[in-house]
Ligand binder design. Structure first.
Ligand code: C5P
Length: 235
């Protein structure tokens, strides 16, 4: 996939609104027209409920609804249907929910709304996998879950920046979304498989999720500047 300079300097990043609604509103105002869209996860959804998606859509924002569904196929399909009806552009499920679950969700996609399958959380390392009784290496586990999900028909995958190059080779047309982005000066917090923005795009990511690397910084303007200059170099 070739990297194209985004229109109107709208960077292919999704800002994670993992804060209260009052904080989130500040971020959407600051970044309107500058990023692909915003990620609503379980923190904001638990505070605000589904109306948060409608509110943000009404303001013209693209929404990545990251509720990581994992249930029986009928339940997940019902939830994905509701999420798409609300207007979510991207919704997530855990690929470890299995083929039937992924297929049931994939059938609901259309040309504007896609399901993304989470492979292995970016907060996991090999030891965390072993603790779950999984003896495969982490890259192998990511690859096997990714294959299952793509064969089931989902349009895209969520993976760490460290696996994106391999997945891009294997799935040239998939939407690949990478959380776990850190700028040079950031700590990694609870994330274990992280990388910088340039690497993730040079390795084939379609969209990168930026959370605390921006929203957790005291000097957010300096962090935003860093993001801009690093993206200017490659787009
Ligand atoms: O603040 P930080 O950049 O670590 O936020 C990453 C965001 O991406 C969080 O909202 C987290 O829930 C989400 N995410 C992730 N790893 C995945 C899928 C989603 O960190 N595999």
């Amino acid at each position: 996939m070739t990297r194209r300079r985004p229109k109107h300097k709208e960077w292919p990043i999704v800002v994670a609104l993992d804060e209260s609604w009052s904080e989130s509103k500040i971020w959407t105002k600051r970044l309107k027209g500058k990023v692909w869209g915003f990620k609503v996860g379980s923190i904001l959804f638990s505070e605000m409920g589904p109306k948060v998606v409608q509110k943000l859509k009404a303001e013209g924002f693209r929404i990545f609804l990251d509720l990581k569904y994992h249930d029986i196929p009928n339940t997940v399909a019902g939830a994905v249907r509701q999420a798409f009806d609300l207007g979510a552009d991207l919704v997530t499920l855990h690929s470890s929910g299995g083929r039937a679950m992924c297929e049931a969700a994939a059938k609901l996609q259309n040309s504007k709304q896609s399901v993304l399958a989470v492979t292995v959380l970016t907060s996991f390392d090999e030891k965390d996998l072993k603790d779950l009784g999984i003896d495969r290496s982490l890259p192998k586990q990511v690859e096997s879950l990714a294959s299952l999900a793509i064969k089931s028909g989902v349009h895209g995958l969520v993976c760490s920046p460290l696996e994106v190059a391999n997945l891009r080779k294997k799935f040239p047309k998939a939407i690949l979304v990478t959380p776990g982005i850190r700028l040079e000066a950031n700590g990694t917090q609870d994330q274990k498989r992280t990388s910088g923005l340039q690497d993730t795009f040079l390795n084939g990511a379609s969209l990168a999720v930026v959370g605390r690397a921006l929203t957790g910084e005291k000097n957010w303007k300096a962090a935003w500047e860093k993001i801009n200059s690093s993206l200017e170099e490659i787009f």
